[in-house]
Each structure stands twice: as C-alpha cells, then as structure tokens.
Write a protein of this length. Structure first.
Lengths: 111, 111
C-alpha cells in the first residue's frame, strides 16, 4: 500500500499573500492532481500532471501555479490569497486514467 | 466542456433498504465514471467505477449502472448499513486526464 501526505494540514494566510501547499505520494504513480473543495460543492480541478515534468491547467487554474518537482511530489501555490477565502485543497494521484487516491487535504483560511 | 449533475443533494434511507444516487453528464465522449465516498471529516476514497464498454458493474453491495444513450449513471447501495452514511461523489473522465465531479449526495442511513 501507499500513502499521500499533504502539508500543512491547516494554513492561515493574509490577503495578498503567496501560499504554497505540498503533496507527496509513495505509490509511484505517474499522474497527480490538485483539486479545490468548497463547502457543499464538488471538487474542481486546478492543475494536474500526467507524468514528471508535465503540467496541465484545470478549469480553476487562474490564481494558482503548480510545480511537479519530481515523480513523488506536486506543489500548489496560491499566488495572491483572497480575503475571507476558505476551502480545502485535495491532492490525488493515479495510475493513468484509473481510480484516484486522495490525500487528507489542506484547509486554507485567509484573514 | 463536460458538465456533471448529481441529482440528489441529500438522501435518507432506513437501514437495510437500498439507496440510489443518480448522475447525468453532457459529453458523449466520456468513458470512465468513478464514484467516491467522503466520510465526515475525512478525505475522499474510491468505491467503485464503470467504463463505457459495459452497462453494469457490481462490487459486493454496490452496483453501478450506465445508460450511455441517456448519458446517465447511477450508484445503487443495497442492504444499507449505518457505516454507509457519507457524502458520495460521482465523477466523469472524458478520455483525457481531466475529471469533472458532481456536487455530492449526503446519504444518511437511519437505524
């Protein structure tokens, strides 16, 4: 079995701040994803990476940057945090177009 | 782009009864339809999926039906148990690596 870890678990930022979220997986999966989950809503895809050195925009990429540093890690940067923003950011990985394995999430609050 | 509608936002069933959650999608090219479960305070985990080359799949108490003509798929949970209480998300993959998720159905199994 494997595991996905996300750091930090809770992130509190100030308006306009640049914030970075990190994700690590030891499944040896090629494909990794970043999603945003707002309360009462489904997941929205921010960025994904099919293989190491690949980066693809999802439907919600504006305001975010991503980086696939190596096969096991995928980072997400909020380029300028929005006041009163509250959401959970979920990282996932998969073998190709198959079931995704999700991390525990990073809960973001912007003051 | 693809749109996914998850028809039931909440669903209550008595323990032992069946629960049915329905999703519809818009893109006829969609080919992979996974379902995920999110228990209170936890992240998502995969429960069952179906691909477009079949119209029915069963895994223990879970059955997924796919109607490609109607662009509809459904999750049937038979003989429900209290531990089935959770939020269930349908998702659609259109053939690339992007997924669109439904808004989620909160299932409550009443003892």
């Amino acid at each position: 079995g494997g595991i996905i870890t996300q750091t930090p678990k809770f992130l509190i930022g100030q308006e306009g701040q640049k914030l970075t979220l990190k994700c690590q997986q030891n499944f040896n999966h090629d494909t990794m994803y970043w999603y945003r989950q707002d309360s009462g809503k489904g997941l929205r895809l921010i960025y994904y990476s099919i293989t190491e050195n690949d980066l693809q925009k999802g439907d919600l990429s504006e305001g975010y940057d991503a980086s696939r540093e190596k096969k096991s890690s995928f980072s997400l940067t909020v380029t300028s945090a929005q006041k009163n923003e509250m959401a959970v950011f979920l990282c996932a990985s998969s073998v190709g177009k198959n079931e995704q394995y999700f991390g525990p999430g990073t809960r973001l609050t912007v003051l | 782009g693809e749109k996914v509608e998850q028809h039931e936002s909440t669903l209550s069933v008595r323990e032992g009864d069946s629960a049915v959650i329905n999703c519809t999608y818009t893109d006829t090219a969609s080919s992979y339809f996974p379902w995920y479960k999110q228990e209170a305070g936890k992240s998502l985990h995969f429960v069952i999926d179906i691909r477009s080359n079949v119209d029915r799949k069963q895994s223990q108490r879970l059955i997924v039906l796919l109607d490609k003509k109607a662009k509809r798929f459904s999750l049937h949970i038979t003989a429900t148990q209290p531990e089935d209480s959770a939020i269930y998300f349908c998702a659609v993959n259109t053939g690339n690596y992007k997924y669109v998720f439904g808004a989620g159905t909160r299932l409550k199994v009443i003892a």
